[in-house]
Design a protein around this ligand. Structure first.
Ligand code: F6P
Ligand code: MN
Length: 327
């Protein structure tokens, strides 16, 4: 039985990184306990305010954010934090070597219905040790991430993590309070017949995405010649977890639903960490044209279209976009 502590000890010599991952995953234990209590812990419902993106915050969005902020503020290796729920990044320790980015509670619409939610995190190097960190320090491409992962609060609490060149999964043992390694070297099949998309946005998509979904729905009667199946958890953590477990394609594509937003998901808190996990598990992650991990960010809250998962299927979507662009 390998615990997270043992795994970190054996797989990285960067003790600051281990320490910060431990801080984040310890907070995950607290969030997990709160979720187990649900309404009894008075954590359900609206917080009564909006975040920087104009979205209504849930009580648990705010609570999870505060728990992570408080814990990371006490970690001397953390030079600053950026969160989906904060207007600006918050500087921490000037001597810290790491920047931490997170989506404290992914899939908020699932909180009140007792369905899967998660916490997504990304860790970047801090380049200006000795100085106070600023928003601009966080604007590094996803390929610079030193570690990324998520906590999935589902029927059990699981941690997916990448710190070296592979992806590993741990289950939180509620008895011992330890994260225990349950899967080493997660790999995604290149082919799949399962896809995830919120189809209610169909009329806002670009032509190649509409064509792609039309082809999947046509199944064996169409050009793909086989049937496909839809799954949509409404929490990216849940959909990505399923893909790491049994393959699939997940997309929140470019849409014109909201002006000035190139899709719904956030590059820094969602797309980058998930893309690192997916690529390291042998999958692919793109905005339909470019590799997500190579996008140079210009704003800590920027949004990006996301297509990720089984390699051959992601490439099929990319090819359709290329064909339309060349018409
Ligand atoms: O964080 C954004 C998010 O909740 C993702 O976790 C999820 O994939 C998506 O939005 C759900 O979007 P929608 O409500 O449009 O189905
Ligand atoms: Mn989210």
């Amino acid at each position: 039985m390998t615990t997270l502590a043992q795994y970190l000890n054996d797989h990285t010599t960067n003790s600051a990184l281990s320490d910060v991952i431990t801080t984040i995953t310890d907070v995950g234990k607290t969030i997990s306990q709160l979720l187990r209590k649900g309404a009894l812990a008075d954590i359900l419902g609206e917080a009564g305010n909006q975040n920087i993106q104009g979205e209504e915050q849930k009580k648990l969005d705010v609570l999870a954010n505060d728990l992570l902020l408080d814990a990371l503020a006490q970690n001397p290796h953390c030079a600053g934090v950026a969160s989906e729920e904060l207007d600006d990044a918050i500087p921490a320790h000037t001597d810290g070597s790491l920047l931490v980015l997170f989506d404290p509670l992914d899939g908020s619409s699932n909180i009140d219905i007792n369905m899967a939610v998660g916490t997504i995190f990304s860790i970047l190097p801090y380049q200006h040790q000795g100085q106070t960190s600023e928003n601009s320090d966080f604007l590094q491409a996803g390929n610079q991430q030193l570690a990324a992962g998520y906590l999935l609060y589902g029927t059990s609490t699981m941690l997916a993590l990448t710190i070296a060149d592979n992806v590993v999964m741990f289950s939180l043992d509620p008895d011992s309070g330890d994260y225990v390694l349950v899967q080493n070297n997660v790999q995604i099949d290149a082919d799949t017949s399962e896809y995830s998309i919120n189809s209610s946005n169909y009329r806002y998509w670009r032509a190649p995405m509409q064509q792609y979904i039309d082809e999947l729905i046509a199944g064996e009667t169409g050009v793909r010649g086989r049937d496909f199946n839809t799954r949509w958890v409404a929490a990216m953590v849940g959909d990505v977890h399923r893909i790491l477990c049994r393959g699939g394609l997940f997309t929140y594509p470019f849409d014109t639903k909201y002006a000035n937003k190139a899709g719904k998901l956030r590059l820094m808190y969602e797309a980058n960490p998930m893309s690192l996990l997916i690529e390291r598990a042998g999958g692919d992650a793109t905005d339909a044209v470019n590799r997500i991990l190579d996008i140079a960010p210009t704003d800590i809250h920027q949004r990006v279209p996301v297509v990720l998962g089984s390699k051959n299927e992601v490439n099929y979507v990319k090819d359709l976009h290329l064909q339309h662009a060349n018409k």
